[in-house]
Design a protein around this ligand. Structure first.
Ligand code: B1M
Length: 209
């Protein structure tokens, strides 16, 4: 079994200890951090996600897998971020109110930091007022809003609309599993990204001029 398969299996098994061990091995083998991320950590999380969907595993298993994945992420993050050069701009990002999912958001943050952006992480369960407050205080170039539940998509709409009503110049990008480009357009977001790597391109497009 390859080291990447071992990482994937360890995420699936929810073993933070083994994920750490095999991630260290993968790095010492000279594997690219993005490969470790995509083919090891994310692959494991996707597998658990599919089983969760079919009710073959439950919340505790998913939480264990998420924790194991975070352990791996914290090891490779500095390596991915190290590639980042001069600061290109700033992004404030959070998961909307009512939504506790943060793995995808944290990946977006990691990629943005790796690409040279300063990121203000607002965390999860972020009310619209907090997004507005951070715009007032830090004046980020872009605000990122993440949602993973269909039930929090209306909250995303509220956040985007109020951010724009508060300050017409605020550029807002949205993303998360239930969000589509069409939905992003309908709620008036300035940009949409399907994954963490595309989020960097979307932010770059909005901050280019
Ligand atoms: Co939850 N959960 N969950 N969950 N969970 C989903 C999302 C679900 C699809 C599972 C399912 O039933 N099939 C389902 C939502 C169904 C729906 O609404 N359509 C669901 C549910 C129902 C729930 C609960 C309600 C379960 C319950 O309690 N009965 C509950 C809700 C809690 C709450 O938020 N209020 C809940 C809880 C949890 C855990 C706490 C156990 C855990 C979260 C741990 C954590 O995040 N710290 C969890 C997890 C892990 C999942 C799944 C299994 C995995 C999500 C994930 O991390 N994916 C998920 C099933 C699945 O997606 N297959 C599921 C990996 C991650 C890398 O992908 O987050 O999509 P993702 O991020 C991607 C892109 O979407 C994009 O880039 C990322 C990287 O490429 N992206 C952006 C994300 N944000 C972006 C922002 C951007 C741009 C791109 O710009 C700003």
């Amino acid at each position: 079994m390859s080291t990447l398969e071992r990482i994937k299996d360890s995420v699936i098994g929810g073993s933070a200890k083994k994920v750490k061990e095999y991630t260290d091995v993968a790095i010492s083998e000279g594997l690219d951090p993005s490969t470790i991320l995509n083919d090891g950590l994310i692959a494991g999380m996707n597998f658990i996600g599919a089983r969760f969907k079919k009710n073959e595993v439950y919340v505790p298993e998913v939480l264990m897998a998420a924790r194991a994945m975070h352990t791996g992420l914290s090891i490779i993050k500095p390596l991915i971020v190290k590639a980042g050069v001069k600061e290109k701009g700033s992004v404030a990002i959070g998961t909307v109110k009512g939504d506790m999912h943060d793995i995808g958001k944290n990946l977006v943050i990691m990629m943005l930091e790796g690409a040279g952006y300063k990121v203000i992480d607002l965390g999860v369960d972020v009310p619209t007022e907090k997004f507005i407050q951070v715009v007032e205080e830090h004046k980020p170039d872009v605000v990122g809003v993440s949602a993973l539940l269909t039930t929090t998509m209306t909250q995303m709409q509220d956040t985007v609309e109020k951010l724009h009503a508060h300050n017409g110049k605020t550029k807002v990008i949205v993303g998360g599993a239930p969000v589509s480009e069409k939905f992003a357009r309908e709620i008036g977001a300035n940009g949409y990204a399907a994954d963490a790597a595309s989020a960097v391109d979307t932010v770059a497009g909005l901050t280019a001029s």
